[in-house]
Structures are given as C-alpha cells and as structure tokens.
Design a protein around this ligand. Sequence first.
Ligand code: 5GP
Length: 190
Amino acid sequence: MATGENIEGIIDHKLFSEDDIEEMTDRLGKQLTKDYAGKFPVVIGALKGAIYFLTALTPKIDVKMQLDFLDVSSYGNGFSSSGNVKLITDITCDVKDRDVLIVEDIVDTGQTLKFMEDLMRERGAKSVKCCAMLNKTARRVDDVTVDYYGAHVQNEFVVGFGLDYLNAYRNIPYVGVLKQSVIDAHKDEE
Ligand code: 5GP
C-alpha cells in the first residue's frame, strides 16, 4: 500500500465491527466485574496489540485495579510467533500474591501467553488468568487456557483494533481479514 492510501483498502472483509467489539467488551466487562469482585487485580496489557482492547474493556470492569504493561516479542514472521518468546519491556509492579489478569489481542499458538503466564507464576502471583479479544484455536500448540475471550476466529490473519501486519494497521477501528494481495506484496519484508 502506498503512503496516503486509505488504510481500510487492505481489508478483504470485516469480521468484527465496532458494534461487535462493543458487545464483546460489555459482556466481558460484566463477567470480570463479577469474578474479580472484592479483589484488587493487576491487569497486564500485552503490548502493543492489546492496547485498544484493554482501553475499551477496562472501563467496563467495575473493580479497583492496577494497570501495567508487558512487551514480549516472539521474533516470528509477520503472521505468527516463532516460539522463541523474549521479554522486551517488563511490568513495573510486584505481582507476588496478586491476582493477575493478562489482556491479549489474540491467542494463536498460545506460546506468547504461556511465556507470560509462566513468568507471572514464577514471580508468585496468586492467580493468573487471561482475557483475549480473539481466540484462534486451530494452531494451538501450548496448553493454555484463555479464560475469557470476545470471539473465536478461524485460521485466518486478522488486522485492526490493535492487531498489526508488519507494524501497521493497528488503528483500523474494527477487525478484518487482511487481503491476500497485501500479503503477497510484502512477502520479502516478513
Ligand atoms: P501466539 O504466541 O499465541 O502464537 O501469538 C500471539 C501473537 O501473535 C498475538 O499477540 C499477535 O501479535 C500475533 N498474531 C497471531 N494471530 C494473529 C492474527 O491473526 N493477526 C495479527 N495481526 N496478529 C496475530
């Protein structure tokens, strides 16, 4: 895509509209409000993809919470993690004896989530759960539980509402499937 073109031109079809995402966050917010009632969880956003979802979700969780962020990189190609997950930027708080809720954009193979959960458990978190916007189970290799999620997705590559392709398109306001022609055009950059 040349600079200046409409970014939504890279979308093959819309999968989840702004209204769909609002419905997801309404539902998850209600559930999390119940499940974390009386607790003071540390809600950890996985950078950068989860920012939009976390921003939409957390105002709908009516409990006192602490926010923090973790950046992990998997050094994969543009489509998935390689399994070689590394910590890029750590959280700033102590999670010992705390209830931790990891907020993810999408859980695919599960390797990124497994890495983050193991890290929190090693540090003595009392509980570790995950809330993901999307759950893509087709390629799951690690035994992780996505405790809360907005919707299932098939094995297709989605962008928007925080989800990127080669570090672009996160700011598309809905979730859509990337056009094959965009993937073909960028093959050398992966
Ligand atoms: P996992 O470790 O579960 O395989 O990968 C999780 C990460 O891979 C996500 O946080 C996201 O960055 C990336 N990912 C997996 N599937 C998709 C997808 O369909 N679209 C985008 N944009 N990223 C994805």
